[in-house]
Design a protein around this ligand. Sequence first.
Ligand SMILES: [Zn+2]
Length: 828
Amino acid sequence: MIPVLSAFFFVGQRCSRHVANSFRTAILTVPDAQNCSVTKPLIRSLSNWASTFGYAGEPAASSGTRHAVGLFGRPELTRPEDWQRLADETEDRCDMLLAEVLDTAPEDGVEVVALIDEMSDQLCRTYDAAECCRNVHSDPRWRAAAGKVCVQLGEYISRVNHHEGMYQRLSGALAAYESSLAALEKRETPRLGPRQLAGWCRESVMVAHKLKQDMEQAGVHLSSESHRARVAELAAANGHFGAAFNTALTDPSKVGRVRIALGRSASLEPSNVAALMVSEPDEQVRKKIYMAAGKSPACNQHLLEDMVATRWELARVQGYPSYAALRMAGGSLARTPGAVVAFLEQLAADVRPMAEQELQALRRLKAASSDPSPSGATIHAWDVEYYAARARQLLITSQPSAVLRYTVVPSVLTGIRHLLWRVFRMEWRISEAAPGEGWAPGVLRCEVEHPELGPLGVVYLDLGDRPGKYPTAVTFPITCGREVPPTRGGGGRQLPVMALLASASGTCPTTGKPAMSYRELRVLLHELGHCCHNLLSRTKYQHLWGTRCAQDIVEVPSHLFEYFASDPRVMAVLARDRSATAAGADGAMEDGEPLPEGLLKELVAGRSVTAALELQQQLVLSLVDQWMFGEQPPGGPYAEVNASVGTPEGTSARATTISEIWRQGTSPELRVGHLTIYGGAYYGYVYARCLAAQLWRLTGLAEAPLDPVAGNLVRERLLGPGGSLEPLDLLAGLAIGRAAGTSLGSTSDPAAAAAAAATAAGATPGAVAVAARQRRLEPWQVARLRQRGLDKALASPAEGGFLQALQGGFAPRSEPYLELIRAGRGGA
Ligand SMILES: [Zn+2]
């Protein structure tokens, strides 16, 4: 994609949970029925909770003008009509920035990089905010106005992304810098002067390469005019699939209903289907719903086929063998589809015996059930969730509502504030959003600060339940973080703003207050992982900020955060019954009574009861994704692309439709929204599971999950760099950072300083040279340190290694994650 577009459609923000939910709906899991918002259509407002627990009184730092704040705290957004004006102004500003880019000489190339990043930031500030508003606002007028602006800016972005003049300035700038470095090495006079050379830091080089790559993925570099035009056309078409596909999934008229008995029918909306798959005791009814849901929404069939064909051609015209290869080429850990498929297939073989055991247990449950089934004890697709829920019930002897006493929302928020302070030294100040600042009643505003780093940004929290609320937990970026260039009146940091939507659908049995199920608490932690990644990211450029990192490591922090929910020491902070403590108090960490350890054990075990089956399902999805966006997609014949870019071999016409990959008769892929957003990159979730399982131990969190030293390591090595390090360098840095066994902030430790230098080494020879100069290390020293990190990461699991080299790329080691599943703790 393009500099800006890649930022928009960037995967990290849409978290696994939502799409995974749509998927589960059709095929497998779905947790407790009480999570289903359909079953509780009441409007719940958080307003009172906040004040009851003393948040409302806290100043929101800049509260002097709180009455005047607009949507997301932006004074320019007070009425829906403001979107249009904002979009027009954004285009004007970007036009001016573009003119500046075209006016800049290649010798001042680093300024070109800064200007393009600025442009991308201007566009993202409006587009991301509009995208968020379009999805979350409770007022349809706001949603409509924002949606219109998304289309308008999408078209503008597409034009910018194909701007040849801008591309030439960027490549010229990079070429001038690289030729100067080469000249220096040969002791010749470089083209750039010392000041011009010094302007290029490691991150500038990195972002210049990324921007260039992104523009090339939009085809701007192709020599043939007709190819360029075709790529532009395909890229524009590709931009629409995700929204169309996912909109159909939440449109009751498109998903339809199924008649299940005389006078009884059920909506095929994902959340409803999910709930029924868990709770409906009649197998025939479950089967009917499953089969009907598996063919709905029918309109997604064509959309999916178009998408596969469009993406395949998009890749081919640009000389990539497949769309998956194109996605991985932009800087990923996997690097090649071959590495991904080899990893997935190996893991599938390894997990099969465990999945078989779980299935056996479900079969026994079915055989023993009082309702004799005509299909005997065979477990069908529509049985898995139902019997998995029964298996959980057997393990969990406590009442399902027992946990809700400890997860009342304000108490959980108090716990989260303590957790994030203890581990990351982040101070979360929570207050109610000002009128007009939020998008629905009860939205909370969290201002986050760090004692040394200063203000970190703002997170809006929307935990209320209401009809029409965005169906799954999600984090939307609204403003990105970055350094504001001194030339743009800054010098400080632009603080990020995000929206976190999650749910609390339970009710505390003693106080009647809204509370979270165990699953909802995990999901909240997952989303907080994304938010903290963004809050703690310290990149210079917004294009590399936080979750704008490589597609296959973006879910690692959020999966790591999920482990907090299985640790009794952390849960003793998060889940407490604080109802007896003085109302209005801000809640000390040890106030009230903690969730009993026995209950937590049951909850963790309950979650793990079908962990292998669930992993298997993720593997199937990931493999399907690799196939759909691979060299030989289903359908076809995929051979009529312009011969000048090479004709694929062996593309004989295939009658296979996508659905045949799955089960005959249904098309679960019609409901897997992630396949549109994460096309070719869905494997990132499996990578994240395996990496998080290892990093939980490696960073020291498993030993001491509340330890700020471990937190510091995670902050500096995993979250701070955002996308400013290639994934392999990032992970090598973590390996060597842990080995240094210390807080890496201290440069008095030579090993730590060396490690910092090693990760600073980046991917290009130029960057190594710059890093070496800055750290006063010889290039060979830097290279050796970097190699040491890689050696550690690639060592055997017994020696602490957590990566493997495979087929020209890299994958996590999976043994530790499988070990957790085996031990009944693999629910993460
Ligand atoms: Zn996520």
